[in-house]
Design a protein around this ligand. Sequence first.
Ligand SMILES: [Zn+2]
Length: 161
Amino acid sequence: MVDYEEAIFIQGRVYKLRCEHCSEMFSLMGVSAENDTQHMDVMTAGQRGGQGVVVYKTTGPEFGSIVRGRPVEVPQRILDIVECDDYHTSRIVRTEDQNDDLRGLSRSEYLKKARPPKLFWKCPFCETGEAVSIAEMKPGEFKKQGGKLTVIHPLYLGMEW
Ligand SMILES: [Zn+2]
């Protein structure tokens, strides 16, 4: 049952990621909320292999340790809900501009052809690897493909568009 008093509706896309070093796969959801400040303390974690994704709101102390740059682990309370210990978080470590070849074009041509930057996530499975997106989809498509998406109260999946 949705408690509308507390509910925060989120949306976003699911990224399937693969480490370029160890080839391990996992998925994460890129989350946004109605109000920009509402998703600051929202975390997403993925199951080894890429079939499961969980999205949760961190508690104050959990968020504090993320801000201080401590290694981020998925809290036990979340692992208990998804009934699996093999969920891991990640973060974007760098981005790569993909529009080198567009230099010199007029602004309107550039905007037409520009691609978003390529994102690199830290691999949670090996020390040095970076993971890149090999597929990107709406949450509904992810579920249709057999993915398990768990969104934990007070977060709820909003309308998809
Ligand atoms: Zn790796």
